[in-house]
Ligand binder design. Structure first.
Ligand code: ZN
Length: 255
């Protein structure tokens, strides 16, 4: 089985909001920071990118603070986005999927449930869902449907020895986490299963949950796969940028 390192690449932020955004119905009076990330798994001669971030076009439109292109962030650890062969999309919210076109040679791995929801379910066009959605990514992936550049996963599946996609719904209908074999044992890129480490530590979700029961089951599932909760990485915690060894500007090694 391969052994890998996991890098967090901050592509935008920090942003601030009420703490209640990150801890559902708590901390209204607090102001908390969050960053936007993609992740890169390297090792055993392989490079796998997790999430596509946001393209320069959308970043400009949304005036994203602290933005750099995910492609530029990857170049800082010697990864050329236009040569990357595998991109796992944890879910199809705009901040995780919009930059798909930055990876023109990649095969994209998405859960079938997630893809079908955003592309085919009329509920996805209703305002609470639509505001998290991304037309650019949906169109880009729809063009790839039926080709070998889009793999629609049906549940848990290993995509390389030591790298497994895990169906982990709750934050979105078909979010997937990524279990990675590392020098410290199995680690999980949980993406937005939790926005911060505190969500896992305190058994409490963020405000962005489509199914709280599924979220709790997902939390149990992911926690059972790691030896320590520290190896379960959240989607937006500023700690991933601040408290881990820096390897390049805006890039830290998580494990
Ligand atoms: Zn999300």
């Amino acid at each position: 089985m391969g052994e890998y390192e996991i890098y967090a690449l901050k592509y935008a932020g920090p942003f601030t909001s009420s703490g209640a955004f990150l801890m559902w119905l708590q901390d209204w009076e607090k102001v908390e920071k969050r960053n936007y990330y993609i992740w890169c798994i390297k090792g055993a001669g392989e490079t796998v990118v997790v999430d596509a971030g946001v393209s320069p076009n959308l970043a400009k439109e949304r005036n994203l603070a602290g933005y750099i292109s995910p492609a530029e962030a990857l170049s800082r650890i010697d990864v050329k986005a236009d040569e990357v062969r595998r991109v796992i999309l944890t879910h199809m919210h705009w901040d995780h999927s919009n930059g798909a076109s930055l990876f023109p040679k990649a095969t994209f791995y998405v859960q079938n449930k997630e893809y079908r929801f955003w592309l085919k379910d009329p509920i996805a066009t209703r305002p609470p869902f639509e505001f998290m959605s991304d037309e650019t990514a949906k169109a880009y992936l729809a063009d790839l449907e039926g080709t070998d550049r889009l793999v629609l996963l049906k549940g848990d599946q290993e995509i390389l020895p030591g790298i497994e996609c895990l169906l982990a719904p709750g934050h979105s209908v078909g979010l997937q986490a990524v279990a990675v074999n590392t020098a410290k044992g199995p680690a999980i890129i949980g993406s937005d299963c939790a926005h911060t480490f505190r969500n896992y530590q305190e058994d409490w979700p963020s405000a962005l949950i489509v199914d709280l029961v599924e979220w709790m089951k997902t939390y149990e599932k992911l926690r059972a796969r790691v030896s320590s909760i520290d190896l379960l990485f959240p989607g937006h915690d500023s700690i991933m940028f601040e408290n881990y060894p820096g390897v390049a500007e805006g890039v830290t090694r998580l494990v």
